[in-house]
Write a protein that binds this ligand. Structure first.
Ligand SMILES: Nc1ncnc2c1ncn2[C@@H]1O[C@H](COP(=O)(O)OP(=O)(O)OP(=O)(O)O)[C@@H](O)[C@H]1O
Length: 257
């Protein structure tokens, strides 16, 4: 595969999944998932509702145990880790989920300080301030530092949420439906921010989305989850130029600008 981005190093695999299976009773959700994510890569996972995208993310972060398979994240097989080791691993992973809301009673600055103070108690006030200013600048919202979340737009809140995740300097970012519920212009801003995060912080990202514009704009690689496995992986064009009716119908069904 062709990689244009200078931030990607495929000699280093940040996530390697082989032969992953997960069922809930008779519901066989993941049936032989194989996946490799290179250092610095933006990988988009596409799939219809209920195909197991969230289950996959939960397995990668050790929140769910697989029935079979290996899941190597940052060099460690998550299946073998105990709770303490999993907590340490999760500190290296940034979660940007729809549910990761800001604290309404705290200013933007306090929201951003919160994870730092909680996890890095030894930092001086000046170091905390510098980190807050750096991530706010990265998401382009330095001017909101003293505002309350209720004073911000939906897109701005989303960006502050991403800043709050970045402040712990994660090596991997997991974005779950980053543009859901946002208008096209705000979605475009979030897509550009995801790419900016890749450039500035050299993170490796998995982006789960139904939004094909988001997939096209952010994905170095796109992987289509269908019937419990990845049927096609490649660039956006490689995936959607494939002569596979199921992929074509996904494309036709999901509006693209
Ligand atoms: N803890 C659980 N117990 C039982 N079934 C579960 C559990 N978690 C997920 N499932 C089932 O696994 C399947 C995949 O769910 P998942 O949430 O991963 O889908 P998804 O692809 O993320 O969907 P969406 O795009 O709608 O968020 C669904 O049928 C769901 O009901």
């Amino acid at each position: 595969m062709q990689h244009q981005s200078p931030y990607i190093d495929c000699n280093v695999e940040m996530i390697t999944i082989q032969g992953l299976y997960k069922s809930f009773g008779d519901n066989h959700v993941l049936r032989g998932v194989d996946l490799k994510v290179c250092k610095g890569e933006n990988l988009v996972v596409l799939g219809r509702s209920g195909t197991g995208k969230s289950v996959l993310i939960k397995i990668i972060s050790g929140l769910l145990k697989p029935d079979a398979g290996t899941v190597i994240v940052l060099g460690e097989n998550v299946v073998d880790l105990n709770e303490k080791e999993l907590r340490e691993l999760r500190l290296k992973i940034g979660f940007s989920f729809q549910s990761s809301a800001l604290y309404d009673s705290m200013t933007v600055r306090e929201n951003l300080e919160f994870p730092l103070v909680r996890h890095h108690r030894k930092l001086s006030k000046a170091e905390v301030s510098r980190s807050v200013e750096r991530v706010l600048d990265a998401v382009g919202l330095s001017q909101t530092i003293n505002q309350m979340p209720s004073e911000l737009s939906g897109g701005q809140r989303k960006r502050i949420g991403i800043a709050r995740t970045l402040i712990l300097q994660p090596q991997i970012m997991l974005y779950d439906e980053p543009t859901a519920g946002l208008d096209p212009i705000t979605s475009g801003e979030i897509n550009r921010l995801i790419n900016e995060v890749q450039r500035q912080f050299h993170t490796t990202s998995i982006i789960i989305t139904h939004d094909l514009t988001c997939a096209k704009e952010t994905g170095d690689k796109v992987a289509m989850l269908l019937d419990g496995r990845f049927v096609k992986q490649g660039t956006f064009e490689q995936v959607f130029n494939a002569q596979d009716e199921r992929i074509k119908s996904f494309y036709d069904y999901n509006f693209i600008q």
